[in-house]
Design a binder for this molecule. Structure first.
Ligand code: PCA
Length: 218
């Protein structure tokens, strides 16, 4: 029997009274996309502390993916940003979709302060740029539900002890969202999807990340 390899790609439901969440639009556009014997399975996560982790963990258990990439919206950013680091803190500036607003609580009690992404983030950024899409490494995923799920994912993968790669990518607003917020940068869906295809290809094919500057002063 041929083993079907799954790439789990998650996006979030809308939050903060937005009508849509680009991260889910990108994920679902890639549902069923294949590369090198692996097939993308898109899944929507609730924008809710803890509940999002339960949904993710159930999906990890069910699909036993070979690669896991979680997506979220970072409105205000104009580039696709693979995240470098997840930190063990919840500090919500706004309430989540279940009206919870944790302040300075751990994602996982007793867990390490942080985890690094195990995706080849520099090579992914290069591949995305080669598609003509603005991309950059980010050194903070914030302290809201995106960092929360990123940390929980890395914590789970670390504890499972297998070599499954995982990480988180923030995506910009779509033009239809930016049209409601003056000055908000955006990228069209087709460009975001093209960048993610390049990023996923890289994450599946490239073992060693490249050595290339990705630091920022701020
Ligand atoms: N972005 C939020 C949570 C859900 C989403 O898409 C964040 O950056 O934490």
């Amino acid at each position: 029997m041929t083993r079907i390899e799954t790439v789990l790609l998650t996006g979030f439901e809308p939050f903060d009274s937005d009508p849509l969440n680009p991260s889910w639009e990108v994920a679902r556009a890639l549902d069923g996309w294949q590369h090198g014997g692996a097939t993308v399975r898109a899944m929507q996560l609730p924008c809710v502390f803890d509940q999002s982790i339960a949904v993710l963990e159930a999906a990890l258990h069910e699909f036993q993916p070979v690669l896991v990439v979680c997506l979220g919206l970072a409105s205000g950013r104009g580039e696709i940003t693979p995240e470098r680091v997840a930190i063990n803190i919840n500090d919500a500036r706004i309430a989540d979709n279940a009206a919870q607003q944790p302040i300075d609580t751990p994602v996982a009690t007793g867990g390490p302060a942080a985890y690094f992404s195990t995706l080849p983030i520099k090579a992914m950024v290069r591949a995305m740029r080669a598609e003509g899409v603005p991309a950059a490494v980010s050194n903070t995923a914030g302290t809201f539900v995106c960092n929360h799920i990123f940390y929980a994912l890395m914590h789970q993968l670390a504890r499972s002890g297998n070599a499954v790669r995982g990480g988180f990518i923030h995506v910009p607003a779509l033009p239809e969202l930016a049209a409601q917020h003056a000055g908000m940068p955006s990228l069209p869906l087709a460009q975001q999807v093209a960048a993610l295809r390049a990023g996923l290809r890289t994450a599946l094919d490239v073992q060693e990340d490249i050595r290339e500057g990705g630091g920022r002063i701020s």
